[in-house]
Design a protein around this ligand. Structure first.
Ligand SMILES: CC(C)(COP(=O)(O)OP(=O)(O)OC[C@H]1O[C@@H](n2cnc3c(N)ncnc32)[C@H](O)[C@@H]1OP(=O)(O)O)[C@@H](O)C(=O)NCCC(=O)NCCS
Length: 162
């Protein structure tokens, strides 16, 4: 277990957290993943889910899902509960995951993000991710939203280490 500067605790999540993860995901994304989806992720040895907790709470208030394949990794999903945003939790989870990935010899971390998601784009840029490409009309349209482009971002850990 690790502790963020603001006192939230961080630990690796397991099957006992899948209901809490599904609840959290549904409050942050239009197309939500269920407990079954998270159970499948956790059975994949390449995947790791970090969760942030408030003291005494059973369900995570934030999570970060990362997949590592040899010396590359990908941020698959990140969400912070609405009431807990803008307190450094998203950044704190990414910092911990990136430190762990560095230790495991990962050289690059990739992700895709909706170009209109300014909170996430700013967060990733703050951490050092750079835009390396774009996927046009990547995200499905919503009732009041056209298909959105994805930015492809990469963090070079070799440069960060040097
Ligand atoms: C994106 C998200 C994970 C950010 O988590 P968070 O814990 O609120 O972010 P942090 O407090 O760690 O923010 C760190 C930095 O990111 C940037 N940032 C975060 N939220 C922002 C916002 N709403 N607007 C602009 N910049 C923002 C800021 O630079 C911030 O630093 P500052 O607070 O010192 O200015 C959160 O808003 C979220 O869960 N959104 C819904 C799900 C989502 O979009 N996930 C990303 C999918 S790729």
């Amino acid at each position: 277990m690790r502790v963020l500067e603001n006192g939230y605790t961080v630990k690796d999540l397991s099957l006992e957290n899948i209901t809490g993860l599904a609840k959290l995901h549904s409050t942050s994304f239009a197309r939500s993943w269920g407990a079954h989806d998270f159970a499948l992720f956790l059975q994949d040895r390449r995947m790791k889910i970090l969760g942030a907790f408030q003291t005494g709470e059973h369900d995570p208030l934030a999570f970060l899902l990362v997949r590592q394949v040899e010396d590359e990794a990908e941020v698959i999903s990140l969400a912070v509960g609405r009431r807990h945003r803008r307190r450094g939790i998203g950044e704190g989870l990414l910092d911990i995951a990136i430190d762990d990935l560095c230790e495991q010899g990962v050289k690059e971390v990739h992700l895709e993000v909706d170009e209109q998601n300014s909170a996430a784009v700013e967060l990733y840029k703050n951490i050092g991710f750079e835009v390396v490409g774009e996927r046009r009309a990547y995200y499905p349209a919503g009732p009041s939203k056209k298909r959105a482009n994805a930015l492809i971002m990469t963090l070079d850990l070799v440069e960060v280490d040097a």
